[in-house]
Design a protein around this ligand. Structure first.
Ligand SMILES: NC(=O)C1=CN([C@@H]2O[C@H](COP(=O)(O)OP(=O)(O)OC[C@H]3O[C@@H](n4cnc5c(N)ncnc54)[C@H](O)[C@@H]3O)[C@@H](O)[C@H]2O)C=CC1
Ligand SMILES: O=C(O)C(=O)COP(=O)(O)O
Length: 527
């Protein structure tokens, strides 16, 4: 049974997705203090939040059972992603469901700002009929500068063009070609700052975007510019915005988000040029249903062993590509696990070769599984495909991937090589059509071994009687041999024997096998 804590208000339609699953129990508690969340999180397998709950490192460190954090929305700046990744907790969001609502809210705020609608409304409520004071400005013919032309920025651009505005946009991933297709002027950040009558930000809050609109940025803008922030508090430096409004540089600002939320007492709200909403960009019936359903499906997928569609701390893989590569995840992990048993020294470099049919697949997810297999033996079962590369990096292990088209007689071949200070060990495997994964090479030897169960890898001299002696000794230990594979480098030279046996090989039994005089080395491998 999986226990999921819902810590922020989430649409019922999404919660139904969780509750209809017989293996899931849902606890809704949307009033937990940070301390309460920290003390209770250890009981849960999944945590579902919006932007309100701050999922900090101390909370994540107490989350001993937690496997997934679902964010019913886009921004994950309220979640300590590094801490989640270190703990092997996948973070998923719902990036598409609230795009329209956030774009519509941005336009509503832009228009309300231009026509001072909230101020006029309050004035009316106060018994005034002031038609002179609330003279607005038109949007038509004005230039809207969009910083961050992603999902929401793009939708805002289309809507602004509908208002007959000229749009100039800056985004590090925007090409001149794409801008032209969209009918948007391609600009640098500097050009957007200098040429816009209205500036709206639609970036995530990241180290690079925190305070990207500061006093210096304001000084480069047109006098009388209007500022809109329906993305994240912190992108605009609030003190600088306050000063720019007071000085008259900025004619007005529309704010849906500020650095500290809730923000009912903020100094910016004392300015008549500022209109604000309490982080309502995604607060529509439609958006809340969409994001809740999307994220809840992802939570169920992940907990039941399927792949989540919108992971944030590991790259997402489109479903058609996933169906092509998912069968290799198990093979990759087993190859990693097998190889680490043969590796005595500290791994310094791991090389993963993708051959044959595998030479044109998306490598990263398979690589993560191979690295997970390699690291699990020493770092424990909390290593998973979310944090495997993070741990490899932290241990100073370089991971390289390469493709080769030749697969030496196999349709697909995945080879994993570990370099240590004492040398290189390698193993290769394939997925046999209808028969599943097989280990087909160990160092220079060819074998055919199912990567399952209790294996014994024996390096020995190719001399008559060795196999018999090994068999007799194992029978003395009451150990049944299920399968055996043998290969050699040359007659009378070095050879390998890989046995699948029916039980775990005890330490003294392993020591006994090593005593045989033709034996170079014996390794017990449990997969
Ligand atoms: N107020 C609200 O209720 C809502 C706020 N949001 C916020 O809106 C923001 C954007 O969301 P989406 O459009 O869905 O995200 P997105 O990921 O589709 O777009 C973000 C864009 O920002 C660009 N970007 C990143 N760094 C940049 C930089 N330094 N300068 C310029 N552009 C940069 C990226 O290249 C990307 O194209 C997020 O912060 C999200 O949290 C989203 C939904 C509702
Ligand atoms: O999706 C986002 O990034 C949002 O900011 C919406 O936040 P919310 O879910 O309304 O708390």
């Amino acid at each position: 049974m999986f226990h999921i804590l819902v810590a922020d208000p989430i649409s019922k339609e999404g919660l139904d997705v969780l509750q209809q699953n017989p293996n899931v129990t849902v606890t809704e508690d949307t009033n937990l203090s940070p301390d309460e969340l920290e003390s209770r999180i250890g009981q849960f397998d999944g945590l579902l939040v919006r932007s309100q709950t701050k999922v900090t490192r101390p909370i994540i460190e107490k989350a001993s059972k937690l496997k997934i954090i679902g964010r019913a929305g886009v921004g994950v700046d309220n979640i300590d992603l590094d801490a989640a990744t270190e703990q092997g907790i996948i973070v998923v969001n719902a990036p598409n469901g609230n795009t329209n609502s956030a774009a519509e809210h941005t336009m509503a705020m832009t228009m309300a700002l231009s026509r001072q609608i909230p101020q006029a409304h309050v004035s009316l409520q106060n018994g005034k009929w002031d038609r002179k004071k609330y003279v607005g400005v038109e949007l038509k013919g004005k230039t809207l500068g969009i910083i961050g032309l992603g999902r929401i920025g793009t939708e805002v651009a289309y809507r602004a063009k509908g208002q007959r505005m000229d749009v100039i946009a800056y985004d590090p991933f925007l090409t001149e070609e794409k801008a032209e297709q969209m009918g948007v002027t391609y600009g640098t950040l500097e050009e957007v700052l200098q040429e816009s009558d209205y500036i709206t930000v639609h970036t995530p809050l990241l180290k690079e975007t925190r305070h990207m609109i500061d006093a210096n940025a304001f000084s480069r803008m047109k006098d009388g510019v209007h500022i809109i922030n329906c993305a994240r508090g912190g992108i605009i430096e609030e003190e600088a915005l306050y000063d720019a409004i007071v000085s008259g540089k900025v004619a007005g600002a529309a704010i849906d988000v500020l650095e500290e939320e809730p923000f009912q007492d903020h100094k910016l709200l004392t300015l008549p040029e500022v209109i604000a909403t309490p982080h309502l960009g995604a607060s529509t019936v439609e958006a809340q249903e969409n994001v809740a359903i999307d994220v809840c499906h992802d939570i169920i997928s992940h907990l039941t062993g399927d792949t989540a569609k919108n992971p944030v701390n590991i790259p997402s893989v489109p479903s058609d590509i996933l169906s092509q590569i998912e069968p290799y995840f198990h093979l990759a992990e087993k190859l990693g696990m097998f190889l680490i048993h043969l590796t005595e020294d500290v791994p310094e470099e791991v090389n993963i070769y993708y051959s044959g049919e595998l030479s044109d697949v998306k490598m990263a997810p398979i690589t993560r599984n191979a690295v997970k297999g390699l690291l699990k033996r020493h770092l424990g079962t909390h290593v998973n495909d979310v944090n495997a590369l993070y741990f490899a990096d932290r241990k100073g292990i370089t991971i390289n991937e390469s493709r080769t088209s030749t697969a030496k007689g196999f349709t697909n071949l995945l080879s994993v090589e570990v370099k240590t200070k004492s040398g290189v060990r390698r193993v290769a495997g394939t997925l046999l059509n209808g028969l599943g994964p097989r280990i087909v090479r160990v160092d220079q030897y060819s074998v055919d071994v199912m990567p399952e169960g209790h294996l014994v890898v024996i390096h020995h001299q190719d001399l008559p009687g060795v196999i018999g002696k090994m068999g007799s000794l194992l029978s003395k230990y009451q150990i049944n041999i299920a399968t055996m594979q043998v290969d050699r480098s040359d007659i009378g030279g070095n050879a390998i024997m890989i046995l699948t046996i029916d039980k775990y090989l005890e330490k003294d039994e392993l020591a006994g096998l090593k005593q045989l005089e033709e034996i170079i080395d014996v390794t017990a491998v449990d997969l």
